[in-house]
Each structure stands twice: as structure tokens, then as C-alpha cells.
Design a protein around this ligand. Structure first.
Ligand SMILES: CC(C)(COP(=O)(O)OP(=O)(O)OC[C@H]1O[C@@H](n2cnc3c(N)ncnc32)[C@H](O)[C@@H]1OP(=O)(O)O)[C@@H](O)C(=O)NCCC(=O)NCCS
Length: 331
């Protein structure tokens, strides 16, 4: 979905045109202006600096900017997923001095109108929120699923030492096999055929970092382009599955990396086992500080937080928060 040039949408409701904003498709030249409005976002874990250039290349994505008197004040990205049936809203941000004036609402509606005009087949708008939803939001959205967010930080070298002290002898249920890393063919077989993963995925949704997907071929094509380790406990009868990114740099400081793990399933021992397996693999050659964010079934947050603190001796960055996947129909 590529939409070019400065954007005007004469069919927009009057309130939108009255907002005094100009909309355009983002380009490489806008990077610095976008970073300037993104300073405080996600406590330094903003993924946009690393993804911006590749986002601009993606054929199913458009990044839209809102300007006021020529100055960039907001950004939203829309990406067509679920075989073109759903628009995924990502990256939403408004310049700090412009927040609380309804700019996000105007931009969200602008993008929805744009997608509807270009792609009438799109039926649903989906997004992932990390803030507390209010009663007004529940009128707008249906909740698809929630995952707890466990955020820890450590020095890679310290964790490596701790993991070697544990000696690979972490508790493992008697009958549980070692976790299996899946190649792409195995991922497709497992996620696309039969209902094997349906019972494992939260409400049948593959959530990778902040992106929620239905398990359909086009979405797996999108996911396969990313550097991700896919893991299950048992490829013929999985109870727990996980996706782990390869560590990438985040702008918190020199040598800071972000490791993201999405964990699906409810068995604590198996979850712990896969978590350790990802940590071992991805910290083996890494030097520096790591922010590791794991999204997991909410009841597992507390026992996993205790495990991180007491067994791994890593620092908990924040208490329980949630990511919430919501949808609304495009009217
Ligand atoms: C969240 C943020 C974009 C809201 O911008 P804003 O212009 O101050 O938004 P407002 O408070 O005026 O709310 C306007 C609309 O945006 C919606 N909104 C607020 N936060 C939202 C969010 N995180 N995701 C989607 N919509 C959101 C509100 O529900 C409201 O919708 P409505 O007009 O249909 O009622 C802004 O505070 C920001 O840039 N925060 C830092 C980045 C961030 O947290 N982004 C969210 C990613 S999950």
C-alpha cells in the first residue's frame, strides 16, 4: 500500500479539515524531525529509530506525518496485514508540546479515511496499546488479548556468568523434551496447518513485539523477513511457543541492546525453560547492556519476575504493565 505525495482527503469530516494540520507521506529526509518529537518515547526503547528506513521500503506500509505550520508534530504508520483485510496502526506519536489537544485522534481518523478510500476491502483497524484503557476506549474497541510485560535489564557479561552457574540445570518437568528451534518450513507447518498452535496462541494471535497477526500465510511471510528465533517445547504437540528477536541497539546509551521475547502458553516450567534457552543463545557473544522485554500470559508475570530477580539476579525495570491488542471495525 503506497500512497504518494502530500495528502489531501476532501472526503474527510469537517472537524478534521478544521484541525489545521497538513498530512504527508514520510520520507528519509524527515528522519531528524521525527526523532526530535520522539525523545521521551517508551523509556528509550523506541523501535522507530532502528526500523524507520526499512519501514519506508515495505510495500504494504505507509508512514504518515502530520504537520502544523510546516513543522512535523505527529506520526502514524499503517500497515496492511491479514491478507489485506486489516490495517495495523503502529508508531503513533505526537510532539510533547502538542499532546492532549486531540492531535492523535485527528491523525488516527485521517489514516483510517485514507485506507478506506484506497482499500475498501480493509474491514478492521488493529493496534496494541500499553496504556490504561478508559471507558471511552472500550466503546471504540474490542479487546483481542492481553499480555503481561516483564522488563528486566542486565549486563550481558554478568548474565552469562549467572547462566553458567546455573549450569543448564534449570528445572525441567520429567517428561518435557528440550525446546526445539523451528526452521521456516516447520514454522509454516505448525502455525498454518491444523489447530496445533491455536490453543497456545493468545486468542489465536501471533504477537511479535507490538505487532499482532492472525496466523495466515501473508502474515508469516512478513514475520519470516525478520531475524527471529521461533521455539516450541514439542513440535508435534506444543504447549508453549516463543519468538525471540536477535538483539538490536536502542538509543538509551552506548552498547545498549534490546531483546524481545514473546511467550505463548501457560506452563510455567516450559516458559522458564524457553526463556533461558533464548537468553543463553543471544547473550553468548553479546557485550554490553541489555533491556530484555518479555510479553507473557498475565498470571505468569509474578513467578517469572521472581525467577528473574532471585535466580538470575537481574534488575526489574518496572512493575506489572500490560500490552493490550484491540480492534475496531472500519465504518
Ligand atoms: C499517546 C499519544 C499519541 C496521544 O496523543 P494526543 O494527541 O495527546 O492524544 P489525545 O489525548 O488528544 O487523545 C486523542 C485520541 O487518541 C487516542 N489515543 C490516546 N492514546 C492512544 C494510543 N496509545 N493509541 C491509540 N490511540 C490513542 C485517544 O483514545 C483519543 O481518541 P478519540 O479522539 O477517538 O477520543 C501521545 O501522548 C504520545 O505521543 N505519547 C508518547 C508515545 C506513545 O506512547 N504512543 C502510543 C503508542 S501505544
Amino acid at each position: 500500500m503506497k500512497i504518494n505525495s502530500t495528502l489531501s482527503a476532501p472526503q474527510l469530516p469537517e472537524a478534521l479539515s478544521r484541525a489545521g494540520l497538513q498530512f504527508s507521506v514520510a520520507t528519509e529526509e524527515d528522519f531528524e524531525d521525527i526523532m526530535a518529537i520522539s525523545q521521551d518515547i517508551y523509556g528509550g526503547l523506541d523501535y522507530l529509530p532502528t526500523r524507520y528506513s526499512s519501514w519506508l521500503q515495505e510495500s504494504n506500509r505507509t508512514v504518515i506525518l502530520a504537520r502544523k505550520q510546516g513543522k512535523v508534530i505527529a506520526l502514524e504508520s499503517v500497515c496492511l496485514i491479514d491478507e489485506g483485510q486489516t490495517m495495523l496502526v503502529e508508531g503513533l506519536r505526537v510532539a510533547p508540546q502538542e499532546r492532549g489537544k486531540g492531535v492523535a485522534g485527528v491523525l488516527l481518523r485521517f489514516c483510517a479515511e485514507l485506507v478506506k478510500a484506497k482499500h475498501p476491502e480493509v474491514k478492521v483497524s488493529r493496534l496494541t496499546r500499553d496504556d490504561q484503557l478508559g471507558s471511552k476506549d472500550f466503546l471504540k474497541y474490542r479487546v483481542i488479548t492481553k499480555q503481561g510485560i516483564l522488563l528486566v535489564r542486565f549486563r550481558s557479561e554478568d548474565l552469562k556468568r549467572r547462566l553458567s552457574d546455573l549450569g543448564g540445570g534449570e528445572p525441567r518437568p520429567e517428561s518435557a523434551p528440550f525446546p526445539v528451534r523451528l526452521d521456516h518450513a516447520a514454522v509454516r507447518r505448525l502455525f498454518l496447518t491444523g489447530d496445533l498452535m491455536r490453543g497456545v496462541l493468545p486468542n489465536g494471535t501471533i504477537i511479535q513485539d507490538w505487532q499482532p497477526f492472525k496466523p495466515v500465510p501473508g502474515n508469516l511471510d512478513i514475520l519470516m523477513k525478520k531475524d527471529i528465533d521461533w521455539m516450541v517445547d514439542d513440535a508435534s504437540k506444543p504447549s508453549v511457543g516463543s519468538l525471540c528477536t536477535f538483539p538490536f541497539r536502542v538509543p538509551i546509551g552506548e552498547d545498549w541492546y534490546y531483546l524481545n521475547i514473546d511467550m505463548f502458553g501457560k506452563d510455567l516450567d516450559l516458559v522458564r525453560q524457553q526463556f533461558l534457552s533464548h537468553l543463553r543463545r543471544h547473550t553468548a557473544t553479546l557485550k554490553g547492556h541489555v533491556m530484555c522485554q518479555m510479553f507473557l500470559d498475565p498470571p505468569l508475570w509474578k513467578p517469572m519476575a521472581d525467577f528473574c530477580r532471585h535466580a538470575l539476579c537481574v534488575e526489574l525495570v518496572k512493575e506489572y504493565t500490560e500490552q493490550c491488542v484491540v480492534e475496531s471495525d472500519l465504518m
